[in-house]
Design a protein around this ligand. Structure first.
Ligand SMILES: Nc1ncnc2c1ncn2[C@@H]1O[C@H](COP(=O)(O)OP(=O)(O)OP(=O)(O)O)[C@@H](O)[C@H]1O
Ligand SMILES: [Mg+2]
Length: 374
């Protein structure tokens, strides 16, 4: 396809990113705008071809990359050309699901198509297997097409279930969709339900801790309830999920307190990344010396966290010297835990990991709570 004309036209369109709102567009061409969002504006070129002009190169590269990864599936617009700030692509027709579901029921057939779509996302290798209903278009032949894929890649943390899709469906359609999922694949529903429960729990932990109260009791109560769910171990998914929930809840709190959410989010990420890195470094020799399977959690850290809960005042007062003493003391304790862990059955190991993850989450909340108050 010859795109020289469209390339020239694009030079006369400027798109500027704005904070928390759709882009600003300065269009000195006769091209009509089909729509815009936070990342770019899309213009009609012919009935079959449109061009998306971006406010920054990173978003453009990311969307181009994501579209390229999925070209073979036919789910996304065909890409004809691209530059640093634009992508020439196929115009997607049909009706988007936000509009469609306003007047039409969510049939089993449509749910099946949505599940197929999620499977395709996974097969392509997208990190976020999730999409808002307004970005999904139903075609005359009943198939689905999807636009706006930049956010599916280059993500380090994602919800391990299609949260955005489910939320965007709204309560009634969500119920219907989940009942269809159950009919197609009970295992899939079980997995999603597990993460949804974890998310609820993480939110609860957050609000409980924000209110204050006796932390020891909270730990006991929440850990006990976490342990009642006994499913496959997805330790890292769980850590990510909790991190996400925590971050979102924390940002909400900070916003309500009039803080800058971007700064807060960055701090949370840095904090979490440092903790993970520390764990990875500490964990390596452990894995080498015992050829048992992956032990993701560092027990010294966990023990310290638990001690911190039980003796919050002591922990606050510690100076560098104390820190060292405590560390030695704790490493002794952690060895006992490690032994316990090695002897444990897989189900018990699973439970222990869960318990520790909960503790870690709560530590984050408390640490950041302290930071926030300063
Ligand atoms: N390939 C396409 N075919 C037809 N219409 C499109 C196409 N791509 C985008 N649009 C229209 O342009 C609008 C904005 O596009 P898009 O959602 O990709 O922008 P965005 O800035 O990336 O959005 P977001 O803020 O959600 O990331 C869409 O809602 C849709 O109406
Ligand atoms: Mg987008």
């Amino acid at each position: 396809m010859d795109t020289s004309e469209i390339r020239q036209l694009v030079e006369n369109i400027t798109v500027n990113n704005l904070e928390n709102q759709d882009v600003e567009v300065i269009n000195n061409t006769s091209l009509l705008m089909l729509g815009k969002g936070r990342q770019g504006a899309v213009f009609h070129y012919t009935d079959d071809v449109c061009v998306k002009v971006f406010g920054n190169e990173e978003d453009c590269t990311r969307e181009y990359e994501a579209l390229s990864m999925g070209q073979h599936t036919g789910l996304f617009p065909k890409v004809y050309d691209h530059g640093p700030l634009f992508i020439v692509m196929e115009t997607i027709k049909g009706i988007d699901l936000r509009e469609y579901l306003q007047s039409q029921p969510l049939t089993e057939e449509l749910s099946a198509k949505l599940i197929e779509m999620l499977v395709t996302f996974k097969e392509i290798g997208y990190e976020r297997i999730d999409h808002h209903k307004r970005q999904i278009y139903l075609q005359a032949d009943g198939s689905l097409r999807v636009i706006d894929v930049a956010r599916t890649i280059w993500r380090d943390r994602v919800y391990p279930y299609p949260r955005k899709l489910l939320t965007s469906l709204g309560e009634t359609h969500k119920e219907t969709f989940l009942s269809h999922v159950k009919a197609f694949s009970p295992e899939l529903l079980e997995e999603w339900s597990y993460y949804m429960r974890m998310e609820e729990l993480a939110k609860e932990i957050y609000s409980l801790l924000l209110e204050g109260g006796n932390k020891k009791d909270i730990v006991k109560d929440i850990s006990g309830r976490l342990l009642t769910t006994d499913e496959k171990d997805n330790a890292s998914n769980l850590v990510n999920l909790m991190h996400k929930v925590f971050k979102e809840e924390w940002v909400k709190t900070m916003l309500a307190r009039g803080e800058n959410p971007d700064e807060v989010m960055q701090k949370i990420d840095e904090h979490w990344a440092a903790l993970e890195q520390k764990q990875q470094q500490k964990q390596q020799p452990v894995v080498e010396e015992s050829d048992t399977r992956r032990e993701k959690i560092d027990f010294t850290d966990i023990q310290r966290i638990i001690n911190g809960f039980n003796n919050p005042d002591k922990k606050d007062k510690k100076d560098k010297k104390d820190k060292k003493d405590k560390k030695d003391k704790n490493s002794k304790k952690s060895k006992i835990d490690k032994k316990k862990f090695e002897k444990a059955t897989p189900a018990e190991k699973n439970k222990m990991l869960r318990q520790e993850l909960t503790s870690m989450l709560m530590q984050k909340i408390i640490d950041n709570g302290k930071k926030g108050k300063k």
